[in-house]
Ligand binder design. Structure first.
Ligand code: NAD
Ligand code: WQD
Length: 356
């Protein structure tokens, strides 16, 4: 069993990965500055797993503090989730993204060198493929940044790869996630975006919960079967299990490995919307709007390498993803209402009608 530090471990993907790692008997320590995570996450992890995970409240850019975390930890590997991830924000504030994502990763790598830790599993993204020329996308496809967020992921991939090549690190997995959605089936942890959600599933959930009136579908004139954008949605628990596989394989291998994590199947915006309706029994109001600048028509993975290298394939269906996202959303809406009204109430469905 391994001892693993999760930077950004209180976040959406980090918290689910913590559950999966603990379930496989690994020791998990979280490092997070809680800039995009609730302080209730560690307690919720304990509710789910029965394990009290040590948590360091720390900013990865603080190299000295990271050295202190790593030096005493006897870690076998680091899984590096901590980053900022909003495409629009990255274009509005590039310096912040270079600072947190790039300088933060440099700081972490410096602290890892100090502690003699040579294995890293890194959260990369399908965004490194830019506007893909064709789908499914294999790892050898051309890499291209179409925004600052994507640029930071490419720089971080290169930095890590160079450190493996020059011998400072022994092993790196660059995991290129497609579109993670869903939540732990307990409904205790999930994605909780601050402000207006930029991504489809959280927006859909907020419409279903009555927090927003209507979903705008960004374009229905793409060259796809129904004209709406096609993506490779992946259940976050499948993604979490892929991290377990990557860490376990990393312990016995060397070199840099870029690996796509997706299901290999593309679904359109309307596929997702109608599956959500069937999974929840709610009718979701929507309207067709203009295309969102920068969106690719289709983006889905060739997941062959993940199966070959990690022995991993995604198991959960689009229906599971919708059901678990809604379970999490409705439980957190209920908790919010209880906090606001001093009592417990069922989540409102003002934006969505119950299907007959
Ligand atoms: P998230 O925002 O939920 O998690 C990131 C965590 O990092 C948060 O808990 C946040 O508080 C923490 N953090 C941010 N800056 C920090 C700092 N300076 N020091 C310490 N902690 C810091 O995001 P997520 O969806 O869980 O994403 C995790 C990783 O996966 C990110 O690197 C993201 O770029 C990548 N990724 C996410 C998606 C997606 O759609 N969610 C897709 C591809 C790649
Ligand atoms: C999915 C589809 C939209 C919202 C983004 C980042 C990417 C990665 C994952 C981190 C598209 C459509 C969306 C809405 C809509 N993140 N849509 N109405 O753009 O594939 O990827 O998140 O690495 O880097 O770019 O995901 O969920 O925003 O969009 O019609 O209100 O839903 O046009 O076709 P995307 P998304």
């Amino acid at each position: 069993m391994a001892r693993i530090l999760l930077t950004g471990g209180a976040g959406f993907i980090g918290s689910h990965t913590a559950v999966a790692l603990l379930g496989r008997g690994h020791d998990v320590v979280l490092a997070d500055n809680f800039s995009n995570a609730s302080r209730s996450v560690p307690a919720r992890l304990k509710d789910i797993t029965g394990v009290d995970c040590p948590v360091h409240e720390v900013d990865i850019r603080n190299t000295q503090a990271m050295q202190a975390v790593l030096a005493g930890g006897a870690f076998d590997a680091v899984i590096h989730f901590a980053a900022l991830k909003a495409v629009g924000e990255s274009e509005a504030n590039p310096l912040l993204y270079f600072d947190v994502n790039v300088a933060g990763t440099l700081s972490l790598l410096t602290a890892m060198r100090h502690a003699g830790i040579g294995r890293i599993v890194f959260s990369s993204s399908a965004t490194v493929y830019g506007a893909p020329e064709h789908c499914p996308i294999a790892e050898a496809a051309p890499l291209h940044a179409t925004n600052i967020y994507g640029r930071t992921k490419l720089i971080m991939e290169d930095m890590i790869g160079d450190l493996v090549r020059t011998g400072m690190l022994s092993t790196a997995f660059l995991l290129r996630y497609f579109n993670p959605v869903g939540a732990h089936p307990s409904g205790l942890i999930g994605e909780d975006p601050r402000g207006v959600p930029a991504n489809l599933m959280p927006y859909l959930c907020q419409v279903a919960a009555g927090q927003r009136d209507c979903l705008t579908v960004f374009g229905d004139d793409y060259p796809t079967p129904d004209g709406t954008g096609v993506r490779d949605y992946l259940h976050v628990m499948d993604l979490a299990e892929a991290h377990c596989a990557a860490v376990e394989v990393a312990l016995g291998t060397y070199g840099t490995h870029a690996v796509n994590l997706g299901t290999g199947t593309g679904y359109s915006v309307l596929d997702l919307l109608h599956t959500f309706e069937r999974a929840t029994g709610l009718a979701i109001p929507y309207r067709i709007g203009p295309r969102r600048p920068g969106d690719a028509p289709s983006c889905y993975a060739d997941p062959t390498l993940a199966k070959a290298m990690l022995g991993w394939t995604a198991k959960r269906t689009l229906h599971d993803m919708c059901q678990d996202s809604w379970h999490w959303q409705s439980l957190s809406a209920k908790a919010r209402q209880a906090a606001e009204h001093g009592g417990s109430q069922a989540p409102t469905t003002a934006g969505a009608q119950l299907l007959a």
